[in-house]
Design a protein around this ligand. Structure first.
Ligand code: BDR
Ligand code: CA
Length: 323
């Protein structure tokens, strides 16, 4: 008996160290049909995030998923880059070979619309960068709404932010886009920092990945080591939080992320709290719930899923004989 058809997913991203891990997870999972990667300005400029998506896919041999570049700046605000976290390239820590995977000539916004309309079955969008492309696609192509079954977003925080004391990077980078997506009426999973700060690439996790002994696991470990340094320096974390694959994992296996169905609004008005995702966990405001907000992660099963995914890329290298 055949199982359920794989869910069609499109990953909108701004690689980014953790975005790279999200790409690798999505491409390896038999539970999803990975229809496209779309890139957006965020952690770095659009040019750099797009090159980085091609770099990761080239090393991993992911050559059957189109990569299309999208919006190069937020809807209304000035762009900011997260050099302090991801480095000047957006993906520092690896000596990248020239990418072999090319670029789809279409604009990401058109790719999102076409992926929604053309495929068999609905599309799930996983958005792990600023929401500029997704908001633009929904505004320009309102007909795609009925073809999208869920948007799984890495973004926001119930409590403390990471770009300001109040706001998380993906939301504050383009708060108007985030507000538009949250107001879309579509089913939304919001995977905030409370969840992703549990997905720590600890030394024990890195040892499991390193033991896979292949070019993709080597790349992943090098990326996570660079990320570990910046997370230690900037946030004082003992291990880096691997945010973005959590939003992919929430689609592959929704039991990994515990959620609460609540109202979430983005603060677009204030100065100190601009970009804050105000999550009405206690139902105080009476505003209608619009998102399933992650409150917990099954950490062990998340890393099992991630390591299994990375293992699919590994070609065992022979042990180097000791003289
Ligand atoms: C988010 O911001 C980016 O730096 C990461 O790639 C992740 O998507 C975490 O706040
Ligand atoms: Ca990201």
């Amino acid at each position: 008996m055949s199982g359920p058809a794989p869910r069609r997913i499109l990953l909108d991203c701004d690689p980014g160290h953790d975005d790279a891990m999200a790409i690798l997870l999505a491409a390896a999972s038999p539970a999803v049909e990975f229809v496209a990667i779309t890139t957006v300005a965020g952690n770095q400029t659009l040019e750099k995030t797009t090159l980085n998506a091609r770099r990761v896919c080239s090393v991993a041999g992911i050559d059957d998923v189109p990569i299309a570049a999208g919006c190069d700046r937020p809807l209304v605000r000035e762009p900011m880059q997260a050099d302090d976290i991801h480095g000047e390239s957006g993906l520092d820590g690896v000596d990248w070979p020239e990418p072999t995977v090319g670029l789809d000539p279409r604009h990401a916004v058109d790719v999102i619309a076409e992926a929604a309309i053309e495929g068999d079955g609905p599309l799930t969008i996983v958005a792990v960068g600023p929401l500029t492309n997704v908001a633009t696609a929904l505004a320009r192509h309102p007909g795609i709404r009925e073809r999208i079954d869920r948007i799984s977003i890495m973004g926001g925080a119930i409590g403390l932010g990471n770009w300001s004391p109040s706001a998380e990077f993906n939301i504050i980078e383009d708060p108007e886009a985030a507000a538009a997506v949250l107001a879309s009426g579509l089913p939304i999973t919001l995977v905030p920092l409370e969840v992703t700060h549990r997905a720590l690439a600890t030394p024990a996790v890195l040892a499991r990945i390193e033991a896979l002994r292949g070019p993709v696991s080597d790349m992943s470990v090098a990326l996570m080591r660079f990320f570990a340094e910046t997370y230690e320096r900037v946030f004082g974390f003992a291990a880096p939080a691997v945010h973005d694959p959590c939003a992919v994992a929430a689609v592959i296996d929704p039991t990994l992320v515990t959620t609460r169905h609540v109202n979430v609004e983005v603060d677009l008005e204030s100065t100190l709290s601009l970009g804050r995702t105000v999550c009405d966990i206690h139902g105080i405001t009476g505003r209608a719930p619009n998102a399933d907000v992650g409150v917990d992660l099954d950490v062990d099963r998340f890393w099992d899923l991630m390591v299994q995914a990375l293992a699919t890329y590994s070609v065992a290298r022979p042990e180097v004989p000791t003289p």
